[in-house]
Design a protein around this ligand. Structure first.
Ligand SMILES: [Zn+2]
Length: 164
């Protein structure tokens, strides 16, 4: 395979240009070059060489560069506007969530057992699972205890049974 660099020469380049100016096709030019310079070239090789000589490739490249520069210029022209469209001057959004219902509602009041140490047994007299009647044993209790002796045994029996 003959590479481009071995078949080209200033003379051949000049001949290609001259032949192109006569209006010959690249295939016709290739035949002329083969005949005149005894080198093997085909129309594609002549086409590539002609483009190189005549600066068509460079011209296309330059045209592409001009196009790219134009695109960049247009883009650059748009860039400064972009920040202005950003809502930079807007205050940060104020978070105004409604207060939670739990914050507004009064704290749930637990069913009030008899306070500790009031001297009365706080054992509830309503049965397990029944509506709260707030009726308590009310027997006298030892000082500081919430239960009379009977219910103290019941309560602590339950607790120890549950804990076991
Ligand atoms: Zn009791």
């Amino acid at each position: 395979m003959v590479s481009v660099s071995t078949w080209t020469s200033p003379e051949i380049d000049a001949r290609i240009v001259a032949l192109k100016q006569t209006g010959l096709s690249h295939a016709q030019i290739a035949r002329e070059i083969v005949a005149e310079f005894r080198v093997f070239v085909n129309k594609n090789m002549v086409l590539r060489r002609a483009r190189t000589i005549l600066g068509i490739d460079r011209g296309e490249k330059a045209a592409n560069e001009r196009l790219e520069a134009k695109r960049k210029a247009e883009k650059a022209a748009l860039e400064p506007k972009a920040p202005k469209t950003r809502p930079m001057a807007m205050p940060p959004p104020t978070v105004t969530l409604p207060p939670l219902a739990s914050a507004l509602a009064p704290l749930p009041v637990p069913p009030t057992p008899a306070p500790l140490g009031n001297g009365k047994c706080a054992f509830p007299l309503w049965s397990n699972g029944a509506p709260i009647s707030h009726e308590y044993c009310n027997e006298r209790t030892p000082l500081g205890s919430s239960w009379c002796a009977t219910h103290h045994a019941v309560v602590y029996h339950r607790v120890s049974t549950r804990a076991a």
